[in-house]
Design a protein around this ligand. Structure first.
Ligand code: SF4
Length: 287
């Protein structure tokens, strides 16, 4: 269960019925042990990355429904291909008043934490047309993103669930919910896991849930921020304990950037890395 951002929960709780001690929360226990055995390590990582890449500040990049669909398109696909699929979606199912919206120039610089160039400004696709399209047509429209036969029904199902729950396809209401309720709404949609939901909440509402993608997972495991065997969902919970809410956006963006530029999956460039002295991948007993 994901803790609400900034929430402090007891390490050991008592069950209501028996009064017996419940099992300790292993993710919380890990975070406490890290703070005890490697004091200042989280701050060391954040500061080292900020010196190298700057301190990214939150800025909304897309409306939340577009962000959700774009993130589905990016599941197991390169961000740049997901963008191409999204632009194709806009051309195939244009919003009635803005048929040429997707023909504008690409943004000047890629959005933080994103591996593509950013989608062009303009209206989102006509979500009702996307939801009701023959699934083969939709799959053809998003073909540039890859895994189109899997993602077309996933997108239509998500849009249908949102519309049936809310009356339209807008997800702006998530910003008015408690963070745990917003996460629960999104993760109840088939095909939407904690990572995808956290991306929508962090990048559209600045709700400090940590999305753990493959770069964040690799870098944080090498450093020893999270256990080597932690699942991405466990790592997400551990970050919720390790990070102050106002550092989550920065941590997410800079860990991704570090994974892309220096801490590659093959041949990481330790000699260029400001974190090398305390990295467990290089020094297994680093404090
Ligand atoms: S020292 Fe090497 S393995 Fe450790 S974070 Fe830096 S690049 Fe990655």
């Amino acid at each position: 269960m994901t803790p609400a951002p900034g929430a402090r929960r007891p390490l050991v709780t008592r069950t209501r019925r028996s009064g017996k001690r419940a099992k300790p929360d292993p993710n919380r226990a890990w975070a406490r042990r890290l703070e005890r055995t490697r004091p200042g390590f989280v701050e060391f990582v954040l500061e080292g990355l900020a010196d190298l890449y700057g301190t990214p500040t939150y800025e909304r990049r897309n409306d939340p429904t577009s962000e959700l669909v774009l993130t589905i398109l990016a599941q197991n696909s390169a961000d740049i291909n997901a963008e191409a699929a999204f632009e194709s979606l806009r051309r195939r199912y244009p919003f009635a008043s803005s048929a040429a919206a997707a023909d504008g120039p690409a943004p000047d610089s890629p959005p933080p934490g994103w591996g593509g160039v950013g989608i062009r400004p303009g209206d989102p696709p006509d979500w009702m047309a996307v939801e009701l399209a023959p699934v083969e047509d939709l799959a053809d429209a998003i073909r540039p993103g890859g895994l189109h036969n899997l993602k077309a029904p996933r997108i239509q199902s998500a849009l249908r669930i949102i519309r049936e729950a809310r009356g339209d396809h807008s997800l702006e209401f998530l910003g008015d919910l408690e963070p745990t309720a917003a996460l629960a709404f999104l993760t109840a949609i088939p095909g939407i896991g904690v990572k995808t939901a956290s991306i929508v909440l962090l990048f559209c509402f600045d709700i400090p849930y940590m999305p753990v993608d493959r770069h964040v997972e690799r870098v944080s495991k090498r450093l020893g921020l999270v256990p080597a065997k932690a699942s991405p969902d466990d790592a997400h919970v551990i970050f919720g304990h390790l990070l102050a809410p106002d550092r989550v956006f920065e941590a997410h963006v800079n860990l991704i950037t570090h994974g892309r530029r220096i801490c590659h999956s093959q041949r990481p460039e330790h000699e260029r890395c400001p974190l090398v002295d305390r990295c467990r991948f290089v020094h297994p007993k680093a404090f």
